[in-house]
Design a protein around this ligand. Sequence first.
Ligand code: NAD
Ligand code: MN
Length: 317
Amino acid sequence: RQSLKIGLVPADGIGREVIPAARTAIEALGSDIPKPQFIDLLAGFELFTKTGTALPEETIAALRECDCALFGAVSSPSKRVTGYSSPIVALRKELDLYANIRPVVSVAANPSGKPSVDLVVVRENTECLYVKQETIIATENGREARATRLITERASRRIGRMAFELALTRPRKEPGKFDDVTIAEQLVDSAVYRLFREPEIYDIMVAPNLYGDIISDAAAALVGSLGLVPSINAGDNFVMGEPVHGSAPDIAGKEIANPIASIRSAALMLRRLGYIQGADRIDNAVDEVVRQGTVLTPDLGGKSKTHEVVDAIIKRI
Ligand code: NAD
Ligand code: MN
């Protein structure tokens, strides 16, 4: 590749503060990656309130021309708003990004120490309750809400395959054949219980869409903050980085959003595309800043602003 065309969709709330941070980190890599070309794209609830569209056709079309993308976060209203549906849910389907891969890793205080949490949540990204077949009907006993929860064999197979492929690359690597990977089935409630009591037993957790979302937010609490946990939405032909957190309206505009989840999402995206050295440089810089502990945002007990954390990371990249 001569250049790397990267779509940027900050969308709502702190998405607009952390996506520029990820961009800066990518720019800092210099010749470790093909020259990045950033394409700014619109989506989100705020866009919907202004224009009546949450995901413009142009955004989808432009993303199809990109090599990869970064998505910030969307605000979803808690009450149904006529005509609105989540652009991220739509994009995952539109681009067939059927896996949401979410590594949750604690940074050990001692650089040579082992992280106590080092797992990857592999969340199915297209089905479950997110198929948006929802109705409210009036019955004799009052209103009744119904939603379809869809689980197909096809989607289950491909998410399973993605998890197996990932298993073969993990530190606790299995011998190299899918047959050698150990599988343990577990119910979601006790899985979360065990996750909190003995997080070190988990390596990869594969789950349907909704459970995968809940498990990864829970795991984020174990490593200190949602502001640390990155993800990629991955399909067979495209990858889109996205922090696990939402638009965080409680802190939006205060310049204190933790940019690390977003910056690590950029690293994950680059890693998936094969730019290992660039990805490593970003991750190592983030590790150092977290380990040092002097420049951190308030979610991690620090006093620093978003841009100060970004600066500290860039300096180390
Ligand atoms: P949230 O993830 O936005 O925030 C949860 C808590 O974590 C808040 O206290 C927030 O301040 C904190 N937090 C999150 N990210 C942080 C960061 N980078 N730095 C510091 N603190 C951070 O979840 P929520 O409050 O339940 O949802 C807010 C909105 O985001 C809702 O409209 C929801 O629908 C939406 N949401 C979107 C996505 C997405 O775009 N994929 C995911 C989750 C929630
Ligand atoms: Mn979530």
